[in-house]
Design a protein around this ligand. Structure first.
Ligand code: T46
Length: 123
């Protein structure tokens, strides 16, 4: 991050540098209206992604089948690598939360594991 005060801060991430793969897709999530919303609740078989909280905050639960941890995401200079076979859940979104995801592949529903018991068997 470059501190360009008073003109703003500049954040940079380059594929195969800070992002450890070629980026094939980006998506963002905003406009959270329901404080009880939960997103994620799945793992990916092959996909690797980097998730960044651009504004506001949310909680990111990570579970590799053995250990669970919850990260408070509230710093746009931090990107968390969501590797494959990592169960992830997102909740406790602030109303102004904006989430950016950089993904290493196009969208493929067949890459999702949406059943936690199936994930536990495979992890
Ligand atoms: C992930 C977390 C962090 C598409 O058609 N194309 C896409 O690129 C995406 C991301 C989603 N969709 C469709 C699939 C579902 O019908 O949009 C609907 C909602 O997707 P999903 O329930 O998977 O959204 P999240 O927020 O639970 O999960 C998303 C990503 O899908 C997922 O890969 O790791 O964000």
């Amino acid at each position: 991050m470059f501190k360009d005060y008073p003109d703003g801060d500049l954040f940079i991430a380059e594929a195969r540098r800070e992002i450890p793969f070629d980026i094939k897709r980006i998506y963002f999530i905003n406009n959270f209206k329901d404080s009880s919303a939960v997103r994620g609740r799945h793992a990916h078989k092959k996909l690797r992604q980097v998730i960044i909280c651009l504004g506001g905050s949310f909680d990111l639960l990570l579970d590799d089948g053995r250990r669970r941890q919850i990260l408070k995401m509230n710093d746009p200079s931090i990107g968390v690598l969501l590797g494959n076979y990592l169960w992830h859940e997102m909740d406790n979104f602030s109303g102004d939360c904006v989430i950016l995801v950089l993904a290493g592949d196009h969208y493929k529903e067949s890459d999702y594991i949406r059943d936690y018991n199936e994930f536990k068997k495979r992890s």
